[in-house]
Ligand binder design. Structure first.
Ligand code: FES
Length: 151
């Protein structure tokens, strides 16, 4: 036989690599499963690609200078939470298309037409809407006031 015995551990080199390989594979699988569910990808992967930048110093977006403020651009509602983070989700309620508002108190979205609500990630939390808003990624550059929204 062509194996080299590791006498101190009592296993062959072949067996050692087999065990390490299996353990390493299990770790990789665990990492993938735990991170794949928490992606920043939009809720709806079939949504059209979005990539634009606004500046919160522009008059049209000046509400975003303040915590709790929100503005609309290109079919997306962009909000600044009381915790000073930004959110971006599609503005059209999935029920009948009414433009949703931002509720700063709990960082959620509210449809004024029939009362559907959505959490900060755009996930529907109250009917009649039966599906979620599309969530978009965003990045803010405080030095310039540029806010990029993208999918
Ligand atoms: S249009 Fe939004 S709940 Fe009906």
């Amino acid at each position: 036989m062509d194996t080299i015995q590791n006498t101190s551990a009592g296993i062959s080199r072949q067996e050692f690599f087999k065990r390490v390989g299996t353990g390493f594979g299990a770790i990789l699988l665990t990492q993938c499963l735990s991170s794949c569910g928490e992606s920043d990808a939009p809720v709806d992967p079939n949504a059209p690609k979005v990539d634009f930048t606004i500046n919160i110093n522009d008059a049209a977006f000046s509400a975003l200078k303040n915590k709790g403020g929100f503005a609309y651009n290109q079919g997306i509602i962009i909000a600044r939470t009381l915790d000073d983070t930004f959110l971006a989700v599609s503005q059209a309620c999935p029920h009948q298309g009414t433009r949703v508002n931002f509720v700063a108190a709990d960082a959620s979205f509210f449809c004024p037409n029939h009362g559907s609500t959505f959490n900060s990630a755009g996930v529907v939390t109250k009917a009649p809407a039966a599906s979620s808003l599309t969530r978009y990624n965003q990045s803010f550059t405080s030095m310039t006031g540029d806010l990029r929204v993208f999918s």
